[in-house]
Design a binder for this molecule. Structure first.
Ligand SMILES: Cc1cc2nc3c(=O)[nH]c(=O)nc-3n(C[C@H](O)[C@H](O)[C@H](O)COP(=O)(O)OP(=O)(O)OC[C@H]3O[C@@H](n4cnc5c(N)ncnc54)[C@H](O)[C@@H]3O)c2cc1C
Ligand code: FES
Length: 284
């Protein structure tokens, strides 16, 4: 459990990186609690706003000494557009850290980190942590276009094993992050894959990793209303260790899941064999 705290966080800086905005926030109480894979939520619009729901963001970095957390924000709708306009000195209502982090190895491992768009935000700190534990990492970073890539130089500072893939070929290889995946796993002899990005990508990455006999931990981005386990808007069908499928909350049981346990093809449905499905009236 993450033990989140709520902070009146001062915006220390906002930097544009490609199409993204990297916000550094003062969050002295939250920073020491953060592990790679945790997320944060921000209230948007101020006390009079009609935007009632908090917005969720992966925590990119936490610096305990500086007492800061960093978020990478892509403009999507009204809430993120407003965050992109934040200026140093503004204050944001932050809750962090939330969710489950990526599992960390006890010793040295070789890990492949795979991300699309801003999905790299939580993976760079994870890569640093794996290296601190004596392991090695490789990255596959992808996006539709070059300006939607995030963290390529940060990844290159960690390892020479960085593959860049864009759908239009404007940077790196042309294609999808899944195209070079099997080869990249073999090239660095990876025993685990960590991935963050859209659901269809995570489904494919999990399937490929599973086929290679490699564990795969996926950080999902399910639409979230409360972010703290109350409302059940974020549930996914997941197979438990007892073999029984249940809806689990991606905000508190995730967002990091063992990719082999998520029923990717059933997301958005109520599978009839799910525990409690009859009571929900679901027929798939
Ligand atoms: C665990 C998690 C981590 C995320 N990490 C990042 C990140 O690092 N950087 C980033 O830019 N975005 C991230 N997102 C997506 C981000 O939360 C949405 O882009 C944002 O909530 C959209 O708000 P909006 O007001 O701009 O858009 P609108 O579309 O106007 O939002 C309306 C409502 O829909 C919800 N919503 C819309 N799209 C999404 C979405 N894809 N996921 C979840 N809720 C959504 C919003 O929370 C809001 O309640 C993450 C989402 C989750 C769940
Ligand atoms: S977002 Fe409310 S339970 Fe997960």
């Amino acid at each position: 459990m993450a033990h989140p705290v709520r902070s009146d966080a001062e915006v220390l800086s906002v930097a544009s990186e490609g199409v993204y905005h990297r916000l550094v926030l003062s969050a002295r109480d939250a920073a020491p609690r953060v592990r790679p894979g945790h997320f944060a939520t921000l209230a948007v619009g101020g006390p009079q706003s009609a935007m009632l729901l908090r917005r969720a963001f992966s925590i990119h970095r936490a610096d305990v000494e500086a007492g800061t957390v960093e978020l990478v924000v892509a403009e999507r709708g009204e809430g993120t557009r407003e965050l992109a306009r934040a200026r140093p000195g503004d204050r944001l209502d932050l809750i962090a850290p939330l969710g489950t982090p990526f599992p960390l190895p006890d010793g040295p491992v070789s890990a492949l980190l795979v991300a699309a768009d801003y999905g790299s935000a939580p993976l760079l700190a994870l890569g640093e942590e794996i290296k601190r534990r004596g392991g090695q990492v490789g990255f596959i970073l992808g996006a539709a276009t070059a300006d939607r890539l995030y963290g390529v130089e940060q990844a290159r500072a960690l390892t020479q094993d960085v593959l860049v893939v864009t759908e239009d070929g404007s940077a790196g290889l042309q294609g999808l992050v899944t195209d070079p995946l099997a080869q990249a796993v073999k090239a660095i002899d990876a025993t685990v894959v960590h991935a963050c990005g859209p659901m269809p990508m995570l489904r494919e990455v999990s399937a490929i990793a599973l086929g290679l006999g490699v564990r795969c931990h996926t950080a999902v981005e399910a639409a979230m209303a409360c972010g703290v386990g109350i409302c059940m808007t974020c549930v996914l069908p997941v197979v438990g260790e007892d073999g029984v499928s249940r809806f689990v909350r991606s905000c508190t049981d995730g967002p990091v899941f063992d990719g082999a346990r998520v029923r990717w093809d059933d997301i958005g449905t109520v599978p009839p064999d799910l525990e409690g499905a009859a009571a929900m009236g679901g027929q798939g």
